[in-house]
Design a protein around this ligand. Sequence first.
Ligand SMILES: [Zn+2]
Ligand SMILES: [Zn+2]
Length: 139
Amino acid sequence: MELSRLEYHIPCPYSECGAYIPLHETILEGIVQGLAKLTTDVGGITFQCPQCKGIFVFERDRLPDVLAVSAPAVVQTEPRLSFLAARFCKSNCGVRRIVVAVRPAGETEEQLDIESRTWETDHAWCPNYHQIVPPLSFV
Ligand SMILES: [Zn+2]
Ligand SMILES: [Zn+2]
């Protein structure tokens, strides 16, 4: 018998939004593995909220505090995971921030690329806490 897994509901911290990103355990593992290839900083995951387009950092050690519901062992609809790099910040320090966009399976890279130019980056920071500047590019 296959054990069931968990689906985490990662809350968007922006108070006017109220959305959450549903993340099956195996998808979360995929994100961490993807990030590990791109950066040494995998303690915090930088998500882009599909609803308000805000960018926020979720610290993985907060996982036990997040609402988790039981989910089938196998993911029903595997979302499209995209990793984008913010290469520029207001101080041009050159340290990039990797942003994870979790989107419906059918969404194309082109759609996300066009949309990413309009993302809200006012509250998104490079690893040295400078405000990041669009555009973001796929990595
Ligand atoms: Zn949001
Ligand atoms: Zn910077």
